[in-house]
Design a protein around this ligand. Structure first.
Ligand SMILES: [Zn+2]
Length: 440
């Protein structure tokens, strides 16, 4: 399933330089756990807002702040060093001006900004980010990439007083069921699986899908050998009505999370626009990464970096592979490596701009990707002989990827992000680096 990649246009109103002090991963104090205890309560805080605009501008409108359960992320890795995504936010301690937390992500709203509809109308999408709950008053700052330059620009700032009585408690707690427990939550990637379109009688069907999701993930390297630092939990919450909406054929289903096909008018793009509902249900588990399983046999899904992934639980085709492919998008924003024949121009991957994805390059800014994995005698661009097999291949730069035939390169002929095979060596290493950060 095609990942929808995001754009943010340059005309937003709140643009300024970042003047706050940010600790990089190499500058963190020696007693990092002590630092976490100095600034954070140990629980999770959620900032909900509405992300609104059209193809040319965007605005953020505050909704609410919620206190949720135990923080499932690292107590050490608090400043995401990877420059992935189209969005990022920072938490800044008011008293010292220090950036105490930062994370990157993408959203459905910015995909919508690239649609023809966004040229003629404005829309808003509910969004929300989570972070370790600060002990003291703080500011939250949102940044987006400039469409032309791809540089970060500050778009919105809000101060939060931690004693504000308007900060809401977590909504209803649902049953949380362990599917696979590899380690403690502070040093593991915590994935939560959510149901949509499963009725009260279909709990076992959902849990069976969760076990299948888990088995599929751990059948692929590098997840197989990292199972000891990955946790998978399911939250059980029934829908009143079975299935998923299919607006293109006039079928609407009042399910729990609002999942639907025909997202952004693409039939097989199955997502939900009601992201705050997703966070409401996810909060019943300690989590860092969300994947939604829908009760439908129709093929389709999607995955957006640090937002959520989604797949059909009833599809009898290559379900496991599709789950893992979409998870590659939602975990760390791996780009699609496949080619659409005849496709030469992409608004998603403009010429002259380096993709931020770890597994794609236009050689504008290749450093830090996989240049160190390429042998000196490997020709660039690289090619494979017809009829060759994997044992003959070398890491290089193979032309084609991100739906384009020309001008963009991937490091290996085949990949989970291209043809639902094993992850290529480039993606495997990028996933391991990401896990090393998250599980620190
Ligand atoms: Zn790959």
């Amino acid at each position: 399933m095609k990942k929808r990649t995001l754009f943010i246009l340059a005309t937003a109103t709140l643009i300024s330089c970042n003047t706050s002090k940010e600790l990089t991963s190499t500058q963190q104090p020696c007693d990092e756990k002590e630092r976490y205890n100095e600034f954070f309560t140990g629980n999770t805080m959620r900032f909900d807002f509405h992300h609104a605009g059209d193809s040319k501008q965007e605005f953020y409108y505050f909704d609410k702040v919620i206190r949720e359960g135990e923080w499932a992320g690292s107590r050490v890795s608090l400043i995401n060093p990877f420059d992935y995504g189209e969005q990022k936010f920072k938490i800044i301690d008011k008293a010292t001006g220090e950036v105490i937390y930062k994370n990157n992500y993408c959203t459905l709203f910015n995909e919508w900004q690239t649609t023809p509809e966004a040229n003629v109308t404005s829309r808003s999408f509910p969004e929300g980010v989570i972070f370790p709950e600060p002990i003291k008053d703080f500011s939250i700052e949102f940044y987006a990439r400039n469409k032309q330059t791809k540089e970060w620009e500050k778009r919105y700032t809000q101060d939060i007083c931690v004693s504000d009585y308007n900060i809401a408690p977590q909504k209803a707690q649902h049953e949380c069921i362990d599917i696979h427990i590899g380690g403690d939550i502070a040093h593991s990637l915590d994935i939560v699986l959510l149901p949509d379109g499963f009725t009260a009688e279909e709990k076992e069907k959902f849990l069976g899908s969760c076990r299948m999701w888990s088995d599929a993930l751990f059948s692929y390297a590098p997840f197989t050998e990292n199972a000891h630092r990955i946790n998978i939990r399911a939250v059980w919450a029934a829908s009143k009505v079975r299935g998923v909406s299919k607006p293109g054929i006039g079928k609407w289903v009042d399910n729990l999370l609002g999942t639907r096909f025909y997202t952004l008018n693409s039939e097989r793009y199955q997502m939900t626009e009601e992201f705050q509902k997703v966070r409401d249900i996810a909060a019943s588990a300690p989590y860092e990464s969300i994947f939604i399983l829908t009760n439908t046999d129709k093929y389709g899904g999607g995955g957006i970096y640090n937002f959520y992934g989604l797949g059909s639980a009833g599809n009898t085709g290559r379900t496991g592979e599709v789950y893992v492919h979409e998870f590659g998008h939602s975990l760390m924003g791996l780009g699609d490596e496949y080619i659409e024949v005849g496709n030469t121009v992409s608004a998603l991957y403009p010429a002259g701009k380096e993709p931020w994805e770890a597994n794609l390059t236009r050689f504008v800014n290749f450093k830090g990707k996989w240049e160190d994995m390429i042998a000196a005698d490997t020709p660039i661009p690289s090619t494979i002989t017809e009829g060759s097999t994997e044992k003959d291949w070398v890491i290089g730069a193979y032309e084609g990827g991100a739906y384009l035939e020309k001008g963009i390169y991937r490091g290996w002929p085949e990949c989970m992000m291209k043809a639902l095979t094993d992850f290529c060596p480039i993606c495997q290493r990028a996933i391991i680096h990401y896990l090393d950060y998250i599980c620190k």
